[in-house]
Design a protein. Sequence first.
Lengths: 305, 314, 334
Amino acid sequence: MSERTTPSVEDPFAQALAAADVPGRSLWTDASHRLLKNRAAVVSGIIMAVMVLLVVFGPMLLPWEPDFTDWDHTSSPPSLETGHWFGTDAVGRDLLVRTLEGGRISLLVGLVATLVSLAIGVTYGAVAGYYGGLTDRVMMRVVDIIYALPFMFFVILLMVVFGRHILLIFVAIGAVNWLDMARIVRGQTLSLKNMEFVEAARACGVDHNAIIRRHIIPNLLGVVMVYVTLTIPQVILVESFLSFLGLGVQEPMSSWGALVNDGAQDMESAPWTLVFPAVFLTVTLYCFNYIGDGMRDALDPKDRL
Amino acid sequence: MKQEGILRHAATRLLGLIPTLLVLITIAFFLIRVAPGGPFDSEKALPPEIRANLDAKYHLDEPLLQQYFRYLGQIISGDFGPSFQYKDWSVNELIAQGFPVSATLGGLAMLLAFVIGSLVGIAAALRQNSAADYSIMGVAMLGISIPNFVVAPLLILGVAVYAGWLPAGGWDWSWQRMVLPVVTLALPVIAYIARLMRGSMIEVLHSNFIRTARAKGLPERVVIRRHALKPAILPVISYMGPATAALITGSVVIERIYSIPGLGSYFVQGALNRDYTLVMGVVVFYGVVIIVLNFIVDLLYAWLNPRIRYDETQ
Amino acid sequence: MALLEVSGLEVRFDTPEGVVKAVNGMDFEVGEGETLAIVGESGAGKSQLVMAIMGLLAENGSASGVALFDGEDLMQMKPRELRGIRGRRIAMIFQDPMTSLNPYLTIEKQMIEVAMHHQGLARDEARAHAVEMLRAVRIPDPEERIRQYPHEYSGGMRQRVMIAIGLLCEPELLIADEPSTALDVTVQAQITELVGRLREQTRMSIILITHDLAAVAEVSDRIIVMYAGQMVETGTVDDIFYRPQHPYTRGLLASVPRLDRVSDDELQAIPGNPPNLLELPSGCPFRDRCSEATEGCRQPPPLWQGEGGRASRCVLPMDGGQIVAAEAVGEDGA
C-alpha cells in the first residue's frame, strides 16, 4: 500500500495520458525483468531446455534402437557395464532410449494439442468478444454448457469411437481443451474494446493502429502466452492418463504415460522401469507449471507489496 | 429476504441445467452411433439372421433419430438399457454396483482435501513470503504436477510392498483398503486447494474491512477467524465443483491401479471392449452427478454470501 | 499535557522501486477536546501518518519517532498493549465506507464484538448499547436495521455505522480519515455536520484528515497543512483562512470556492504534481510548483514559529515569526 504520487489517482484522464505515453515495449521489458528475477521459473526454464535437447537429440547419440531387444539383458537393473544406464524392461529394451523416445511423443502431443486448442479458443473467443451482444451471449452460453461436461470422459469416448491414432489424440485433447482460452480471449477482447485508456487515447488523437499495436496486442499476447504455458502440462497429463489406461498411443510408439503403465506392471521386480519415466514426466510437468506461474506473476504483478 | 434470494437463485440455476443435460446426452449418443464398427464386430461372422435379431433386440435397425428419441425417453425415465458386453447385466445394475464404491472414495477424498488443503493454505498465508510459506507452496506445486498414476504405484511400492503396513489393493469396505486410494485421489486436490486458499486469504487480509477489524483492537486470531475466514473460503467452495470432476476422473485410474470394483473400473473396461451402452451410460451418469454437485456447490456459495442477491441485480 | 504528542515521526515503505518516504518528520499535539484538521493533497502522507500512530501500517511500512498518548509512547508499545488502546481509547474511521465494513457479517455482529471485547459486556447489553449508538448517529429504525448486512445500507449510512462503531467505547481520540470524501456531496455535508455535533456534545479529541480545506473550516480548532510528508504551515482556522503564510496554503485556498468572499477571480488549481516520494529533492519539495520560488528554495527551508503554535516552513518570512530551525529532509534527511 505505498502511496502513489504521480499521476493523481482522481484523474482518469491523466492516467490515460500516462498509459498512452508508455511505449508498448516497456510492458515486456518490465515483465521479462520480473520473470528473470523469479528463480524457480528461471531454473525450470533451463531444465526444460535441457529436457527438450535430450529428448530430440538423445536417441541419436545412444547405441540402442528403441525397439531393439537385448536378450542377454532382460529386466536388468541400471548399470554402466551393460551399457543400459537406465536398465532394460522385461523384453530387454533399453529404458533410457525408450524414455527419451516416449518424451518426444509426450512433448509433441503437449505442443500440438495446445496449438489446436489455441487456434479454436482464440478464434471462438475473439469472435464472441468482437461482435458482442446476442452472438456473444449465445456463444458463451454454449461454452458454459460444455464446461459442465466431464471432459476426460469425452476424450475417452472419442478414442473409443475413432480408434487410437496419434493424430486423433492431438485433435481430441485440443478439441475439448479450448474452453478456457475462449473465455480468456473473449474477456480480454471485450474489456480492451471498452477500456477507458483506449477511449482516452483515441480522444487525444493517438493513432488507431498505435492503440492496437501498443495496448491491445501486448495485453492479449501476454495472457495467451501464460495460458499456453499452463495448458501444455495439462495436455501432457491428459495424454499420459490415456496412455496409462491403454487408450492412448499404441505400441511400438510410446509415451511417458505408457511407460509408467508398463513400469507399474513390473514395479516389484524392476522398479526402475517405473521410476525413470515417472521422474521425467513429473519434472516436466513441475517445470512447466513453474514457468507458467512465473509468467503470470510477471505479467500481472497483483500482489507485489 | 435472504432465503427468498437464494430460492430464486436456485430456480434460475435449475432451469439452466436442462440444456446442459440435453447437450450431454446428445453428444454422447451421436458420438457412439457414428462410431465405425458395431458392438458385435468382435464376435466374428455372425450369421445374418442372428445379427438381424441382435440389431432388432437393441433397436439398432431403426432410423438414427428414432433411436435418439428412444434413448432420450429411456434416460429421462432413468433407464440406461442393457450392457452390450456383460450380457446378463443392465447398465443400471452395473452403476448401482460400482457407484457406491466410487462415491465413498470420492467423498472421503473430497473431505480430506478440503480440510487439509484449507488448513495448509491458511498456514502459508499467515506466514507469507517466509521459508515455511515457500516450502509449503513448493510441495503443493509438486502435488499438482505429479500425476495420480505415478503416485499410486510409488505408494503401493513403499507403503504396501516394502513396508507392508497396508494392503496393496482390493476392496472390502475396510478402512485399511481405503487409506491408500483416498490419499492418492486427494493429493492433487489438497495441493490445489492449498494454493487457492493461500491466495484468497492473502487477498482478504489486505482488504479494507480487515483493516477496520484491526483498528477495533480485536486480537489477530479473532480477526482471522471471524472476519477473514468466510470470504477467504468462498473461492475454495466454488472450486469444489471442478474438484468433483477431477476426483471422478482421477477415480478412473485409481480404481484400476488399486483393483477397486468401482464405476471407473467398469468404464475403462467398457471403453476397451467398446461396450457402447455402458460407456454412454456412465458418461451421462457422471455428467449428471457433476452437474448436480455443481448445483449444490452453487447454492452453498449463495447461502454463504449475503451479497448474492445484491450482485445479481447489479 | 496534551492528549497526543507526536514528535519526529517518519514513515518509510520498502517497495520494489525503492524506499518511499511517506512521512518526513512530523511534530504536533492534540489537546483534550480539541479538533485538529490535517489537510493536504492525496499522497501528502496524511493517512500514513495516522496509520503509523495506530500501528496499522502495511507489512512493508515502518515508522520511527515518538507518539505519546496520555503520556505513553504508542510507537514503543507491544502489539497486545496497542490493541487494548485501538478501538477503546482511540477509534478510527476510514475513507471508504463501502469497503470498510465486513460484507459477510451483519452490522450487529460488527458492533457488538467491540463492546464485548473491550468493555466485557454481555451480548444483550452490547446489543442494546449498539442500538443506542446507531440512534445517536441518526440511523432510522436501529432495532431493525442492526440485523442487516452492509450492502443493505447506503454509503452515507455505512459511514454513520462506522462512526457509531468508533463511538461505542467512548474513545478519548477519534481519528477520521477523509470520512466524507467517497460520498455524494449532500451526504458529505451530513457527515461533516455529524462530526461537528459530536465535537460539541462530547469531550472527545478529533483528528480530521482531509484534502478539502473548505470542509474543515467550521468543525476544527487548528489546521496542519501537509505537503510531501512534512508540515508546511499550521495555525488556528482563522490564521490559515485569513492570514495564510505559505504559498502552498495560499494555493490550496485559491482552489476552494468560498462564500465569505465575493470574488470575480476564477478558482485556480495548483499547477503540477506532488514530488516523487522515492526521490525527494533536497531543498523545498514545493519549489517546482511554487510561483514565488527563488534560488534560496534549493536549500532546506527554515521553520518559522510564532505565537499560539503558529508555524510555517518557507524561505518567505512569517508575520511575527522567528526562525527556529532549518531542517534538511530528503536524500540527506535526518
